[in-house]
Design a binder for this molecule. Sequence first.
Ligand SMILES: [Zn+2]
Length: 345
Amino acid sequence: VTAALGGDGGPVVLGLDVGGTQIRAAAILPSGERRGRRSGATPVADGPEAVYSACADLLGGVVEYLAPVDRARVVAIGISCAGPVNPWRGQVLDPPNVPPLHNAFLAGQLEARLDLPAYLERDTNVAALGEHWLGAARGCRDFMYVTVSTGLGGAVYADGRLLLGPDGTAGEIGHVTLLEGGPRCGCGGVGHLEAISSGSGLAGQARDCIVSTTAGVSISPFLAEREAVAPLTGRDVAEGELAGDSICTALMARARRAFAIACVGWVNTFNPERIVIGGTVAQRQGERWLEPARAEIAATGLRSPSARVQIVAAELGEDVGLVGAWPLVAERHGDPMWRAQRPAG
Ligand SMILES: [Zn+2]
């Protein structure tokens, strides 16, 4: 990828990462260095115009920050956004965490406001490109990127490129049923991996565990105490386990177990060289989260792919969506396929 756009002195990309709570922006140099990084709150309570304006203001600030020599080298905008998205239309579809962007043509809107070509991709796919370029998946022709955070998502990079599918939704690995009759998922499904193992899934299961509906008594004093202070999060459940709370311990054990079982399925299905695991939940858990996956793969996976695969932590942290904007643009800029389905005007 680096060869396609040249080395130092090559093109500069404006990276934009639109999430449910924050929007981040920075200029990304061919070295991967970020310049003019800034962020702001996502105006989720307002309409789409407010989000477009917030994005354009941040990007405008980045451009102003750049030295003239770098500003002259800016070629395009690479946008990472909570999915699902249609990358060819530059359209965000129905993101549960960013309601104002429902069906929004985000790429086209920012092209018009910044007067630069813009390329949109799902956050997990952009993160995979970032980890492939400068992080834990360097040199891999076949790998998966998985994030365990508020949600649980991922990307499949196979035979040297992202697997997209005709709707761009391939790699939405959090929405497979791991437990029939299990907890309800944010997508409406039941027993999905995301509902069991993600931060929001853990929080939802924890809420169900505070009070026994039949007896009306608190069955997790730890969670009841936390909930009296603030709405429960996945972090509360993880900390409850460390504090010895039996409900939290059971929920965390099941979350790791479901994740480990899902990993075996991915190894058998996609034969990845590596599974790169990021996201705040997995990062805080560290080896505690990765080791059960390795053990389950070794015990139950198909022999050849299980012997090959490495389960590793992501390396790029919270700026992965900004860093990944550079290889996203490097891969797509100048190829008319990526802008041919944009709405006119
Ligand atoms: Zn789901």
